[in-house]
Design a protein around this ligand. Structure first.
Ligand SMILES: *Cc1c(COP(=O)(O)O)cnc(C)c1O
Length: 395
C-alpha cells in the first residue's frame, strides 16, 4: 500500500505554501510511462513473441488473454473486439436489437453508450441517475419500460459498479436483458461480484487510459451464455461460422494480437494496481471530504477509480485555479447525452434529467493513476483546499 497522508487538513498558511510549491516537473493526469518502465521486460518478451510468430490477427495471445479475462472476471466467456464502442455495438447485435426496439440507458456517460444504440437503429430511452453514485437509478427504470423495451444499458461510471441486484430485479420483472457498459469498471466489484461477470452481456474497453489499457484501441464482450458467446465470435469476424460462409451479418472487429500481448503483460500487475488506486483514493478522500463533494463508494464495493471525480461549485473558476497551480483536470462529462444535438430527436427521456444536468455542471476529475507520487497527491489536495478557502465566503 502506498503511504497514507496523515494530517491532510492543515493550516491555511501551509495549504497556500504547499499549493504554491514551485513546479519541478509537470504532473500527469494519467501516467502511463511509470507503468511501462515497470513491465518493460515482460512487454518486450510478449511483443517479440508476436513478431516472430507473425499471427497478427487472432493469434494465440488473443485466446490466452480471453482465458485470463474469464478467470479474472468470473464470466464464462470473454470475446475480445477492436474497441469498447464496438463491444457495445456487437452486444446489441447479438441480442438482435434494431429498429423499433427501445433500450433504457443513462444520459450521464461518454457518447459511445448511446451512439451504439442509435447506430443500430434502435431508440435510446434516457432515465436519470442516482445523485450519489452517478449510475443509472434502478428505481426510475420501471416507468420507462414499454412493450418495445429490449434491454437496459447501465454504465458503471468512473470505475464504480452499477447497482447490480436492483438492476437484476427490475430486468427480471420486465423480462429484458442487461448490457453493462463496463468500459470504466474492468476490475471493479460489488459484493464480491466483478464487473463484466453478471449481466446478460458486458462490454469493456482497453483504450490506453482505461483502468486496464493497451497501446491502441481494444475492447471485449463478456457473457455467461454460450450461445451469445458463439454469436459474438461470428459477428466480430464478418458473421462467418467457417471460412467464406456467412449465416449472419457481421462486422470486422477483432483485437490485434499485439494489443493482446500488451494486455497480457499488464494483467500480471493489474490486481496490484487496483490496490494502489485504493491508496490514492483514500488519501484524496481524507484530504478533500471537507472541502469538495468526494465520490460515494457504497459498502461492499471496490471501485477501480477510472476517474476520481469530485463536485465543486463555481467550476469554471476552479478549473482556472487548478491550471494556475499546474494540476491537470478533466470534465467527465460537460453535456448529458439527451442534450447532445446528435440525440436530440429522441427527446429528453422518461422523467426529469435534473440530476444528470446538475452533475454535468459541477463534476471535475482529478489526476488519478496507480503510480501517483505522494507529493503529487498532496499538491492536488492543497490546491483544492486553497480554492475552497479563497471561495469560502461566496456561494
Ligand atoms: C471509453 C468508453 C467507451 C468506449 O470505449 P472505446 O474503447 O474508446 O471505444 C464506452 N463507454 C464508456 C462509458 C467509456 O468510458
Amino acid at each position: 500500500m502506498p503511504n497514507q497522508i496523515k494530517a491532510c487538513v492543515v493550516s491555511e498558511k501551509k495549504v497556500t505554501l504547499l499549493a504554491k510549491l514551485p513546479r519541478l516537473y509537470s504532473m500527469e493526469f494519467i501516467d502511463l510511462q511509470t507503468q511501462r518502465e515497470r513491465i518493460q521486460p515482460q512487454l518486450e518478451k510478449r511483443i517479440q513473441a508476436v513478431l516472430e510468430m507473425g499471427q497478427f490477427i487472432l493469434g494465440p495471445e488473443v485466446a490466452e488473454l480471453e482465458r485470463k479475462l474469464e478467470a479474472f472476471t468470473g464470466a464464462k466467456h470473454a470475446i475480445t473486439v477492436a474497441n469498447g464502442t464496438d463491444a457495445l455495438q456487437l452486444a446489441l447485435m447479438a441480442l438482435r436489437i434494431g429498429p423499433g426496439d427501445e433500450v433504457i440507458t443513462t444520459p450521464f456517460s461518454f457518447v459511445a453508450t448511446t451512439e451504439a444504440i442509435v447506430l443500430l437503429g434502435a431508440t435510446p430511452v434516457f432515465v436519470d441517475i442516482d445523485p450519489k453514485t452517478y449510475n443509472l437509478d434502478p428505481a426510475k427504470i420501471s416507468a420507462a419500460v414499454t412493450s418495445k423495451t429490449k434491454a437496459i444499458l447501465p454504465v458503471s461510471l468512473y470505475g464504480l459498479s452499477c447497482d447490480i441486484e436492483a438492476l437484476e430485479a427490475v430486468a427480471l420483472k420486465h423480462k429484458v436483458a442487461i448490457i453493462e457498459d463496463a468500459a470504466q469498471s474492468f476490475g471493479a466489484s460489488q459484493k464480491k461480484r466483478r464487473s463484466c461477470s453478471w449481466a446478460t452481456l458486458s462490454c469493456s474497453s482497453f483504450f490506453p487510459s482505461k483502468p486496464l489499457g493497451c497501446y491502441g484501441d481494444g475492447g471485449a464482450c463478456f457473457t455467461n451464455d454460450s450461445e451469445l458467446a458463439n454469436l459474438l465470435k461470428q459477428i466480430r469476424a464478418h458473421g462467418q461460422d467457417r471460412r467464406y460462409h456467412h449465416p449472419i451479418l457481421g462486422v470486422n472487429s477483432r483485437l490485434d494480437t499485439l494489443q493482446a500481448a500488451v494486455l497480457l503483460a499488464k494483467m500480471e500487475i493489474f490486481e496490484d494496481e487496483i490496490e494502489r488506486r485504493q491508496g490514492v483514493a483514500k488519501n484524496y478522500h481524507e484530504g478533500l471530504k471537507d472541502v469538495a463533494g468526494t465520490p460515494t463508494i457504497p459498502p461492499d464495493n471496490i471501485s477501480v477509480f477510472a476517474q476520481y471525480t469530485i463536485q465543486v461549485k463555481n467550476r469554471d473558476a476552479f478549473l482556472e485555479h487548478m491550471k494556475r497551480r499546474g494540476i491537470p483536470t478533466a470534465v467527465h462529462y460537460p453535456t448529458p447525452l439527451h442534450l447532445q444535438p446528435a440525440f436530440s430527436r429522441f427527446g429528453k427521456g422518461v422523467g426529469s434529467m435534473l440530476i444528470s444536468e446538475a452533475a454535468s455542471e459541477r463534476v471535475v476529475s482529478l489526476p488519478m493513476h496507480p503510480y501517483m507520487k505522494r507529493e503529487d497527491q498532496m499538491r492536488v489536495i492543497a490546491a483544492v483546499q486553497e480554492f475552497a478557502m479563497l471561495n469560502k465566503d461566496r456561494d
